[in-house]
Design a protein around this ligand. Structure first.
Ligand code: UDP
Ligand code: MG
Length: 336
């Protein structure tokens, strides 16, 4: 029995030794021109750490990315390629990387060399000062002013106000996390950028440091103005999650009750006019208002009840995966 315990302990230790200290997660969609250089660059800045793994998630690329990644992952011992079945989007691709990451520290960055892998050691150093999440701040962001910088400035300001986490640059993909922080996060939509806000709700200590940023020299951006709209919708979702998600009935229900109450008061006033003072009330706009208020109130109450049911289903269905893996190439450590 004792021997068994010692054996299993030493097995655990062996497994622990095999686990990398750092996992780098890169979502990649049609980045055939940068992939080789990117992996080389990242590896260059990680040689001083005891162990690391680079996880490239191919998000359904249609160019030569998949072939290059497969070849690289076979050649390199430090690279794992995860090939998704189709294009799911940056957030699901990152979620796939998180799922397979084994490091105690997880660093994310873009695959187009706009983020500079040279900043990775600084992020990790800051994290080791006692933070759970360190976010990059592209102080000299090299993107188009009108379509990218301006919308993102406005979005950052709104996000900071709504979530209470004051970061300058939510959209920066270059971020470092303690692995346990993202272990339980359920990501979907464009939510990866809100990880700091979601983490803050969970009590994470968050820091932001300036990082470099380069213009996109190869390929082109996968996004246009449409993303700002989706981001704002997701922001509303985060806000909703934070404030209302647990008890929607309390939100809609109180508006509903208020509305009914106001309607009844107006109704009482009109009844008094009719019965007490003998006035005609048939032509009064107030009558329509009173009826509307009562009806709207009843609808809001029912809506609250329905929302409560939907939320329950939502919570229970959180386990549903938001991506499917086609193939994994390279060593995945200790994966059952
Ligand atoms: N990306 C992805 N799936 C997508 C769109 C983008 O994996 O559907 C990756 C892309 O390859 C890049 C990162 O997400 O590594 C950021 O994309 P992009 O550089 O186009 O965004 P931008 O820098 O313009 O915000
Ligand atoms: Mg980019």
């Amino acid at each position: 029995m004792e021997k068994q315990l010692i054996c299993s302990l030493s097995d655990d230790l062996k497994q622990l030794k095999k686990l990398p200290e750092i996992s780098i997660v890169v979502p990649i969609y049609n980045e055939e021109e940068t992939l080789i250089k990117l992996v080389k660059n990242i590896a260059n800045y990680l040689v001083n750490y005891s162990s690391y793994e680079i996880i490239c998630v191919d998000d359904g690329s249609q160019d030569g990315t998949t072939e290059i990644l497969k070849r690289l992952a076979k050649e390199r011992h430090d690279l794992i390629g995860i090939i998704l079945r189709r294009n799911y989007g940056q957030t699901p691709a990152m979620a796939a990387g998180f799922e397979y990451a084994k490091g105690q520290i997880i660093v994310t960055l873009d695959g187009d060399l706009q983020n500079d892998p040279a900043d990775i050691p600084q992020l990790i150093a800051k994290l080791n000062e006692g933070y759970d999440l360190v976010s990059g701040w592209r102080k000299n962001r090299q993107d188009d002013t009108l379509t990218r910088l301006l919308p993102s400035k406005i979005a950052n300001w709104i996000i900071a106000k709504v979530t209470g986490v004051n970061l300058h640059d939510y959209g920066c993909s270059l971020k470092a996390y303690r692995a346990e922080l993202i272990a339980d996060m359920n990501l979907y939509g464009e939510l990866h950028r809100f990880l700091p806000a979601l983490a803050y709700i969970e009590g994470a200590r968050i820091a932001e440091i300036p990082v470099g940023h380069h213009p996109r020299r190869y390929g082109k951006s996968k996004y246009g103005l449409g993303r700002t709209f989706r981001v704002i919708m997701d922001l509303l979702t985060v806000f909703f999650i934070k404030k209302f998600l647990t008890r929607p009935m309390h939100v809609f229900g109180s508006f509903g009750l208020g509305s009914i109450l106001l309607g009844i008061l107006l109704g009482a006033y009109l009844t008094y006019l009719k019965l007490g003072l003998g006035e005609s009330i048939g032509q009064r706009p107030l009558l329509i208002l009173a009826v509307l208020l009562v009806l709207t109130g009843v609808q809001l109450l029912s809506f609250g009840l329905l929302a409560e049911l939907v939320m329950r289903t939502y919570h229970e269905s959180q386990k549903r995966p938001i991506y499917r893996v086609r193939e994994i190439i390279g060593k995945t450590l200790n994966r059952e």
